[in-house]
Ligand binder design. Structure first.
Ligand SMILES: [Zn+2]
Length: 433
C-alpha cells in the first residue's frame, strides 16, 4: 500500500500553486509523473521563480510547478557534493557533485529542458536544503531567417536583433557604457551539443543572466549558433554600436572587450564549419573596423600574461576551461582565416604560404616530463613552446636535436607547439603526471 501525503510548499512566495508531494514507495525506474497538468493556455506565467526546499535523502518528491518552465537551476549551498536527480517524463537530469570550474559560462547547475516541463520527481542522496530556480522562456511568434553566405566583403554580417529573439521577455535594464574594443573574447556556452532550438536556448541564457545573476542584460555582445546564425547580444540602449557596448563575460574586467559566445560545448567537440565561418566573418568585420590585426596583442588589466591577444579566449583572463580545448586548438587557424578575409577585402594578395600540415607524435603521453617528440625531417623544426592549459607560456627554447624532452614542470595538461622559421607547425596536447 502506498502511504502518500501532500505538502503545500509554504516556502514559495511567488506562486501558491507550487506543490511538493512525497511518496516513499515510488520507483524511480517507472516514474509516476501522473500529474500531467495541461498548461497549454499558459497566459499568466512567471518568467522566473526561486524556491528553497528541505529534502530528506532517498525520498522521492513529486514536484508540480504550477506552470511549465523551460530551464532549471538547482544547487545545494550546504551540501554541494550531494547528488540530486530530477526525473521528468522525457529526461533525467543529475545535479550536484563538485564543480571545479568556477568561471564556467553555463554551470552544471543550470540546464535548459529538452521541452517545457511542469512536473518532475526530485530525489537527493543526502539530507539537504536545495535552491531551485526555474525559468520560462515563452515561444516567439516570428521565425528566424537563416544566414545568407554571400561573398563576404567585411561589412557587418547579418545578425538577428535582440528585439526579434527577446520577444515577450522582460526588457533589459538601461545604463550601458561604451568601450573601445581591442580584444574579442571567445566563449562557449558549455551547454548541449544536441540541442537545435537555438532561440529557446538563447532566451533561457538571457533569463539566467538577468533573473538569476541579476545582470542588466545578456552578458555577451554576440552569440553564434552551430548553424551559423549570429544573434546580437547585449542591447546598446542607443549609446554606441552594439559591438562597442561593454558586456559582462570576462572575469569582471570587461573594458576593452567584445564577447562572443559559441552555443555548445567545445571541450571535446570541434565547432561546425558554419559556426567557424560566421565567427571568422564577425571577427574580420570587427578587426577591420577597429584597424587591429588578428596577430596583435595589447595590454589588458585582466591578462594573465603581459599582453592580451586581439582574438582571445575566456581562459586567457581567469581559470576556466571556456571556450573548450577544441576552440583553443583552432585559434591560430581562425586568426589566419580572419587575416586572409581582411586581406581579400583590402585587395591584398596574401603572400603568406600556408604551412604544410605535419603530424607530430609525442611518446609516451602521459609522461613524467621525459618524452620524445617526433615530426618529419622536412618540417625543419627549430623551436618549441610549452603552453599551460590557459594559454600562458611555461617554457620555450630550441628544439632538441634528438627530440628528447626532459621537463621539470608541475603535473598537469600542457600544449607543446613546434615552429620552423615560417611559423607554427603543430600543436599537441600532453599530460605530465
Ligand atoms: Zn566563457
Amino acid at each position: 500500500m502506498h502511504i502518500k501525503f501532500t505538502l503545500i510548499c509554504i516556502l514559495g512566495f511567488l506562486t501558491s500553486s507550487f506543490i511538493v508531494s512525497r511518496d516513499r514507495s515510488v520507483n524511480l525506474e517507472t516514474p509516476q509523473v501522473e500529474i500531467d497538468t495541461n498548461y497549454e493556455e499558459q497566459e499568466d506565467f512567471l518568467f522566473y521563480t526561486k524556491k528553497v526546499l528541505i529534502i530528506v535523502a532517498d525520498n522521492q518528491y513529486h514536484i508540480d510547478l504550477g506552470q511549465k518552465y523551460t530551464s532549471i537551476k538547482l544547487y545545494s549551498s550546504a551540501h554541494p557534493e550531494a547528488i540530486i536527480t530530477v526525473k521528468s517524463k522525457i529526461e533525467t537530469l543529475s545535479f550536484g557533485g563538485l564543480n571545479t570550474d568556477k568561471n564556467i559560462d553555463m554551470p552544471p547547475s543550470f540546464v535548459v529542458f529538452q521541452s517545457p516541463t511542469g512536473n518532475f520527481i526530485l530525489q537527493s542522496n543526502t539530507d539537504t536544503e536545495i535552491t531551485l530556480e526555474l525559468f520560462y522562456a515563452s515561444p516567439i511568434s516570428a521565425s528566424i531567417p537563416s544566414m545568407k553566405y554571400k561573398k563576404f566583403d567585411c561589412e557587418k554580417p547579418q545578425t538577428i536583433s535582440q528585439k526579434i529573439w527577446r520577444e515577450g521577455l522582460p526588457d533589459p535594464i538601461p545604463g550601458r557604457i561604451s568601450t573601445v574594443v581591442n580584444h574579442c573574447v571567445i566563449h562557449h556556452s558549455a551547454g548541449s551539443n544536441i540541442d537545435t532550438n537555438y532561440v529557446n536556448t538563447l532566451r533561457n541564457i538571457y533569463l539566467y543572466h538577468t533573473q538569476s545573476n541579476g545582470w542588466d542584460d545578456i552578458g555577451y555582445n554576440f552569440v553564434i549558433a552551430p548553424d551559423g546564425t549570429i544573434f546580437s547580444g547585449r542591447d546598446s540602449d542607443g549609446i554606441a554600436d552594439e559591438d562597442n557596448v561593454q558586456g559582462a563575460h570576462f572575469c569582471s574586467k570587461n573594458g576593452g572587450t567584445m564577447g562572443i559566445c559559441l552555443l555548445g560545448n567545445f571541450n571535446d567537440t570541434t565547432p561546425s564549419v558554419a559556426l567557424q565561418k560566421s565567427l571568422t566573418n564577425l571577427l574580420a568585420w570587427k578587426l577591420k573596423k577597429e584597424a587591429i590585426s588578428p596577430w596583435d596583442s595589447y595590454p589588458h588589466p585582466n591578462s594573465l600574461s603581459d599582453d592580451l591577444a586581439t582574438i582571445t579566449m575566456h581562459r586567457a583572463g581567469c581559470p576556466t576551461a571556456c571556450p573548450g580545448d577544441s576552440v583553443a586548438l583552432l585559434l591560430d587557424s581562425i586568426r589566419f582565416r580572419v587575416q586572409k578575409t581582411i586581406d581579400e577585402c583590402d585587395g591584398v594578395v596574401s603572400i603568406v604560404k600556408r604551412n604544410k600540415k605535419y603530424k607530430q607524435l609525442v611518446y609516451p603521453n602521459p609522461s613524467t616530463g621525459r618524452f620524445y617528440v617526433m615530426i618529419e625531417d622536412d618540417a625543419q623544426v627549430s623551436s618549441f613552446v610549452l603552453k599551460i592549459n590557459d594559454g600562458r607560456v611555461s617554457q620555450e627554447g630550441i628544439f632538441p636535436e634528438n627530440g628528447l624532452f626532459n621537463l621539470q614542470v608541475q603535473a598537469g595538461l600542457y600544449y607543446i607547439e613546434l615552429f620552423n622559421n615560417e611559423g607554427l607547425l603543430s600543436q599537441t596536447k600532453i599530460i605530465i603526471e
